[in-house]
Design a protein around this ligand. Sequence first.
Ligand SMILES: *Cc1c(COP(=O)(O)O)cnc(C)c1O
Length: 407
Amino acid sequence: MIKINEHYLKLKSSYLFSEIAKRVSAYQTQYPNQKIIKLGIGDVTQPLTKTCIQAFHKAVDEMAHEHTFKGYGPEQGYLFLREKIAAFDFQKYGADISPDEIFISDGAKCDTGNIQEIFSENTCVAIPDPVYPVYLDTNVMAGRAGMFDGQRFERIVYLESTKENNYIPSLPQKPVDLIYLCFPNNPTGSTITKPMLTSWVEYARENHALILYDAAYEAFIRDDSLPHSIYEIPGAKEVAIEFRSFSKTAGFTGTRCAYTVVPKQCMAYDNQAQPHSLHALWNRRQTTKFNGVSYPVQRAAEAIYTEEGQAEVKHIIDGYLANAKIIRDSLTDIEYHYVGGDHSPYVWVYTGTDSWEFFDLLLRKAQVVCTPGEGFGMCGRGYIRISAFNHIENVQEAMQRIQRALS
Ligand SMILES: *Cc1c(COP(=O)(O)O)cnc(C)c1O
């Protein structure tokens, strides 16, 4: 008899975005003339830039001629892209990462999900709360989470982000093996300082633990004292894997391109406590299960690293950050507590009530859709996430409506 992976039965139904869609469509059916503004989704609204599109077109044309056609490329990605990434995203910030430590992929979601298969089933995993759900669900699927007690999974160590710790989790009380961190954070929009990130790197070194650092929102950082990469922290190369994505950086959510950095020195241990190179393991995994990102997409991503490409991408992100500033200023006006939005497209707002109740209130009184914080974990209860991914006129109107509804 064919049996299922029973760990899948422990997953909480991912009802967050479907429940939002259900409530929005019920409201719209009841009030068809109301114009709803969506500040709920974590997807970009600006198109690919001119420079990216030109490179994309040129590469597509190359595929049409026998002498420039490309078949299977390297599973790890083309060197032309890996070299640009190493120089612009790491060496520029003093982080000593070489092109062969970079693995190009079709998404940070897949990579953050797939990476855990190279670790033991008995790994003790620390996961932020609130959290980007991929980290938790993929470990549940792999059988590392234990049973769900109605609130939480018994084998997961939750790293709480609350008002008390300024939305930066403290080091775990008990030893853990694998630590997920995401900065600038989704959903809270909070950012970590170099001294605080240093304390995590030191913890990992002392405990032979590994940090999985998701920096998908790195391009939103506008303060040079904040770390762009975990590899700016001394000693991080031995204990950290970093994930990046062109999704939020350059509007690649529909085009798909991302990368993962696995430094050569980064180790994990076998049952005899002998060290093994994670770079070698991940390379083995990728060459077995992955066949690379398409050539035109990698050429489009490479174009981001030209002078024009850099300016275009910065301009787009400046626009999202201007939206976030409008959101923050409006919330300050009506004296709501919030975090984020300064180096992030997300603003995390304390509602003083139930997340879903507040969601309904904004929908009914302001016709604005946000994301209930509860959907990201227990610590999200009482919060909502407002996203700056929209057009400035919509953000302005949405915030005026919210101000009217709440004051
Ligand atoms: C959007 C996002 C990503 C990017 O995922 P892709 O698969 O590269 O589109 C990764 N991590 C977080 C936390 C995100 O919000």
